[in-house]
Design a protein around this ligand. Sequence first.
Ligand code: TXE
Length: 499
Amino acid sequence: MDQSNHIASLPAEPRSFGFFVDGSWVDAGSREIFERKSPAHDVAVTRTTRCTTDDLNAAVIVARKAFADRRWSGLSGARRSAVLLKAANGIRERLDELALLETLETGKPISQSRGEVEGGADIYEYAAGAARALHGDSFNNLGDRMMGLVTREPIGVVGLITPWNFPFFILSERVPFILAAGCTIIAKPSEVTSATTLIMAEILSEAGLPDGVFNVVTGSGSEIGQALTEHADIDMVSFTGSTAVGQRTLLASAGNFKKLGLELGGKNPQVVFADANLDDAADGVVFGMCFNAGQCCVGGTRLVVEKSVARDFETLIVEKLARVRIGDPLDPDTQMGAVITGTQNDTILKYIAIGKKEGARLVCGGDRFAGKTGQFIQPTVFADVDRDMTISREEIFGPVLTITTFDTFDEAIEIANDTIYGLAASIWTTSLDKATDAFRRIQAGRVWVNTTITGGPELPIGGFKQSGTGRETGIYGVEEYTEVKSVHIALGRRDHWVA
Ligand code: TXE
């Protein structure tokens, strides 16, 4: 049944999950259980297993064996592609179930969850093509007696640590590319949002992925995530999360020099020039700060606006914010839902208090919603924000916008780049020259012109500076999970070295 226009009810009791290794579910048994409550309703919705490091070690043995015997890496790109296409169909068949679980665990609007699940299926289809397109290089210019080849091989066993803000979508931005490359995987989703990753394991298995190629071990970041990054038999870790934990994973990976892909925090500027279509820009800025309740690594929460239009623009934003539909994420009309956890809610409120204390002008919002069950924060705007203020420098990860003004183009670029991060940026102007000059000079892995937070799997994602290393999606996203090998092939008789 299509559930897109119908308000789903909360589950009568939480759904229980084991974990998934070697093509099968493993019961939680006597292991501890993590009970997740919906952040919007404060009702228990899922129970997942707190795996032990023994469970992780057993899963690594399985993934290593599956890699070494070439049951997946030895298949043609065409065969791998067929599995990924079937998986895309499997995702679509379970759209209602996946979207509901995603909303129950994250608090995000159900319409958004549905979009992310469908978007996930689309990424599998793109990556299916990439599995067939992946190739190396040849050097036919080394003379008649030498031929050179550059081959790409799967890097091996990949550990995948994912966060809670887009559990299914971020997983989909990585898994099909890692599989397209021919690797095997141990996934460790965030402990608060593990359900859709576990269901994906079942979907992949039913799509014909050989046993042991995709395994999910659930549990805490400090125990399982840390052990996974330290593990000597894992060849690469892809980590998406906070910059602080990213630094920890960098240190933990040193033992066996494993390759690391890191997608970390951001403090992304929205640069609005006076010649922009201000109504469009204000809509984009409001979307950029409220999308996923501001818990989005590429969310544009740092408005850098030309002084001559700053006051008018501020008024436009406040007007539009008042019309954002905030509330029950199960209601298909809701645009902004709950904040993920009480801890994250407290962090956002702490930053709001710091903003007030540092002397920024509170334009609207600034508190939780009184009388609402669950964790909801009012969209909050601070103006007169000096770029040295904490709220302008640190990632808040909530619906909090700071407004800083500029007079000249150079000043705009200087403010936009005045951050340790470099994940994303948006530029709003009707001048092509200005837009081009700006996107060339802004230090960020993703830049949007006259739009924000959009895209598809064709283009790569990743960060400059302390926002991370490596790239996901696009053909770059497959190559990331390969090793490059040079092969020199001598032709004809050898000129002997020994006289
Ligand atoms: O993230 P963590 P948290 C930022 C955002 C947020 C802050 C804290 O600013 O306020 O991080 O969120 C796993 N070794 N982002 O504390 O801890 C953990 O289990 C290995 C931005 O929830 O970084 C989860 O699977 N792994 C970000 C994942 O890391 C460890 C999205 C992310 O959790 C680990 C999320 C360890 N020692 C938060 N400790 C983005 N870039 O989108 C934890 N983990």
